[in-house]
Design a protein around this ligand. Sequence first.
Ligand code: ATP
Ligand code: MG
Length: 471
Amino acid sequence: IQSLFPTLRAGFRGDLFRPALIEASGAVLSYADLLARSGAMAAALLARGLKAGDRIVVQTSKSVDALLLYLAALRAGIVYVPLNPAHTRAELDYFLEDAEPGLFVDDAELARLAAAPVADFAEPALGPDDLAAILYTSGTTGRSKGALLSQGNLASNAATLIREWRFTEADRLIHALPIFHVHGLFVATHCVIGSGAAMLWQPGFDADAIVRALPDASVLMGVPTFYTRLLAKDGLTPDLCGNMRLFVSGSAPLSAETHREWQARTGHRILERYGMTETGMLSSNPYDGDRRAGSVGPPLPGVAIRIAGADADGVGGIEVKGPNVTRGYWRNAEKTAEAFTADGWFETGDLGRFDGDGYLWIVGRAKDLIISGGFNVYPAEVEAAIEVLDGVAEVAVIGAPHPDFGEGVVAVVVPRAGAEVSPHAVSDALRETLAAYKRPKTVLIRDALPRNAMGKVEKAVLRRELASAFD
Ligand code: ATP
Ligand code: MG
């Protein structure tokens, strides 16, 4: 394996005047521009006194310049540390203290770097073990941890995804994801640049803007909420998706219900994949062949996945190994030690099982497992049983302290627009589908679920709010 930028560059050799990125305004960034402008920014970073291995912490809005700064850092061997622009001042202080950057880049600083004149820039030779980026995890289960990602971690995963998902220079990917997270920063941009394709650049998620872009696009990558929100649009038809060849979903579980509805409305089966900040992508439903609603597919080539401590149903901890897996957390020897088994496998913190055909099914995070009356209840199974009920838009299932059972199952249900759902009807319907110990002891109806920037349900928030549900 090589370092990342040479891997990507090998994918866009040839005509450098074709578009790498097209903005809604029609403005085009060609591959020649991409090289010239990221090279100028790399030179500007070095002119600030930054050296290979130094870190830059970047907290900006989503912009083409921010993407170019990422490429500049990659080329210069400067470690890229992107942050969610929504972080408050106090949160930012934590990250600055933790990452100890040589430069902090906000929108004003980015404008200055982007204005740098074209300058000579000699790319240093970088190896696969050199650090490329530190990405902070989403903080769904606790304080965000900085995952160390090497050039080789990123390059190997990029090459695998380009091959597995059949990217070519004919592709046009709708880029509506944030670029401070693995999905939008690595998966989407590496697949495009590393195959010489083009991205249709959108500053954020806007269902109407995506509907407008679909006829000119061939690929969409999104989190599950993209798909549920797009399903609420009338214009979503097979015709609109006539040039599309691939819809990818990940970062959070896609419900089997959404998968089926999407197929009914567009004729396409969403390809769901599974990954995390620390590892990049781990498994993917097949490009050719059976995409199973509710499964995250078999392991990607080169990635090993095993289930540790499986119970009678084959459910256990998902552990992984491969050239894509982090060497550990930034300045956190304790969390690093905790994350690896004695024989060197990375513990994802997710629970799952393989079916007879080698497809992985995630049943939830270990931290979300509910133990009620001594029995294990996997939230994903209860959620799946509730999602299919009439009038239900979405649902989250958690455990709350219970005086008799240790924990009691709580379901928080969001009805579809205009629909009425009664807790009673939900409880009744589940009598036929779930064993008694798995059924919610309380069903709550809410307008929305708490979600973070990646559309992940914040179960820790629900657990705090509902801690006295059974008092
Ligand atoms: P933290 O580690 O800080 O608690 P996080 O785990 O949410 O936050 P990420 O690295 O962004 O941070 O997310 C990775 C997690 O997202 C996985 O461990 C898994 O729980 C979940 N995930 C990703 N893709 C899928 C998927 N297709 N289906 C179900 N869960 C998924
Ligand atoms: Mg995590």
